[in-house]
Every structure is written in structure tokens, then in C-alpha cells.
Design a protein around this ligand. Sequence first.
Ligand code: GLA
Length: 406
Amino acid sequence: MTTGRCETSVMPILAPNLDCIANSLAERFHKLYGTSARIFLAPGRVNLIGEHTDYNDGFVMPTAINFYTWVAVAERPDRILNVYSEHFGEMVQLYVAALGGPPRKHWSDYVRGVAAVLQATGRTVSGANLMISSQVPLGVGLSSSASLEVSTALALLAISDLESPPLELVKICHQAEHECAGTRCGIMDQFIAVFGRADGALMLDCRSLAEQILALPHDIRIVICNSMVRHELAAGEYNRRRADCEAGVEVLRQHLSNIRALRDVTLADLQGYKHLLPQQIWQRCHHVVSENQRVLDAAEALRSGNLPGFGRLMYESHASLRDDYEVSCAELDLLVKLASTCEGVWGARMTGAGFGGCTVNLVRSEAVDSFRSRVTESYQKATGTTPEVYVCAAAPGARAWQPFVG
Ligand code: GLA
């Protein structure tokens, strides 16, 4: 970047200048706290297919994206964590000795949660000054919370002179989300924030945690459309969907004694026991069971270069999330419909937990500009809201920032 300002927004940028972002964060940290800082970053993610399957021991296909949450950190001699969020323009003070307690529905829950779980593993977290800066749009299904948890965990480990194997890091952050944010989420978001790869998406088996890297063809772009809506229901409805799935397994287990989760149920099983399940529970189970199969089919389609097939599965996934799982909304449906009428689009679907947020679109690179203007214009016309469109690249997982030394 040649200008004095660096691009810290997520507006359409393919390769944000990470050096520039890190240097300017270090300067702002110095201004606030008067010391130098170490810097850590963790990516957001977009899920290509496999939605609401992770907490059913199923399959997902996320890719980390090149928008990061950044945490600058320096040790303090006491046991206080001062945490400044640039997004909220707010400073919070936490005491390492008193990190427990229920979710407060505040951004600092994620920091508090990670520090609390680290302590609970028997590690001693040092006092620290932290500054958080995020390029990941918050609360729109791109996993801003997992990227905050993971970058914070790396920062706290480093200043406390501690280490954690990467998989333990994933589990610590996952537990923090459950305990301090109160969402009974699956493991996908924390996993991809740690294990993201610049060379493609991961197909993850959320039971065994076995992963496979799936390269994306060079001439396609992952394009994310932000509907700019977030429906209030999101948190409670998420936990209710999970409870519906568990209720389905309870009933099915009386006849299929070897099942542990919906992962173990086939579509034929579901048809056979349809009469035993309340309609809504059946729909939830039908989404999950069919979505697991779609992820396996989508991986096969990518391996064999069958992009039309991959795209069809994305549209089917969206329909299932809309009709069976009921986590879409009018705005997301509209974005998917608009995408389906654009040239050069292989597939589109809502991504993340739903109830607003974003769609993910696989678009041929030369069609990205026309896609962007067509979707923006039509969505604006229909809803009065201007969507944000982000063109992303697959990105590596969380890490310490290594300044470029020329
Ligand atoms: C959220 C959760 C994930 C996953 C998705 C839906 O992002 O954090 O664990 O369940 O929703 O696929």
C-alpha cells in the first residue's frame, strides 16, 4: 500500500496489507498504553457447505478468510487485564483472580471466557494490556467471535510464557464460547480459526476431527454478500435448533440403539421413523442428515472439478436451511435468488448460523465485478438497504505477527 492510511475495513479487498495494519495497531497501542506490543491475529471464516452439522458430529467445509481479528498485547506486573476494543471504543478491566460468572452479553465475555478457561486448565495467566482491532464484520456469520477468542488466547498464552498444542487451543476457545457467551456452538469456527489454510477449504469431520484440504480452482472467487440484517432471535434460536436435534436423536435411539448423534442416521432411517417424530423435529433432523450427505458430495464434486455440481449442492443446502431448518430470512433468500440469476455464479447459499448475516457465493473471477453491481443494485432496490460485498481469499490460521524484515 502506498498511501499513509492502511485499509482496515473489509470492503472489497483481496489482499489487505497486513504489515501496514500491524504497524498502525502497534502505534495506536503505544499511544494508549505507552509500551510496545506483541501482535497476534486469527482469521474469520466462511462456511462453503455443511451448516448446523458440526454439533451433530457431522461434516463441514469452512475456509478461513483473509479478514482477521488482531490483538496487540503487553504484559503488566499485576493480575489485571485491561482490554480495549477499537470497534466499541471501550475499555474493560478484568481481574485474573475473578474471571468467572455467567454471560454478560458484552464483547468482553469472549476475552474473559478465554482467560477463565486457560486458568481452569491449570495455567497461570499474567496481567496484560490488550488492544483488539477487527476486520471481521461482527455478528454476521463470519465467525468474528471465534477469531477474537483464538487471537486472544494466543496473546494471553504468549505474554504468560505458556504454550498450547493447536487442538487444545481450539477446545479451550470452544469451551469459552459455551461458558461465557452461552452459545452451545459446534467446533467448526474455532477449528478453522486455528487450522485455516491459504491453499483451500477444509472438509472437517466434527466427530473424529480428521480434516482434508480441498483446493479451490484458481479462477473462482469466494464472494460474501452481507445482507446487513441481523434478527434478534439468533442466540436463543441457535440453542433451540440444537435441542431439537438432540430430541430427535432421543426418539430415534429407542429404535436405532447404535446411534450417538444425527451423524449416524441415514435418510432411509429418517423416512422409516417419520411417524414417530413431531413434524418440526423431523424437519430439523432431515436438514442435518441431508446436509451431511451434501458435504460429502460437495467434496467429491470439488475433487473432480465439478463446479456445477458443487453449486447445485449449495442451492440445495440453502433450500434445506430455509424450509427444514428455518434459519434463513427474506433478505438471505433474496440474495441467493439474485445470485442465481447472475452470469458466472456456480452456487450461493446462506452461511453461518443464519437469521440474517451473509451469503457465500462461488463466482468466476472475471464475473465478480458484474456480480457485485447487479446484486448490490437489485438488493438495494428491493430492500432499501445497501449490501456489503466482500471478495475473499482462503487464509492461514491464527498466528503471531512476524514483521517483515527487508
Ligand atoms: C455458528 C456456530 C458453529 C456452527 C454454525 C452453523 O457459526 O458457531 O458452530 O454451528 O453456526 O453451521
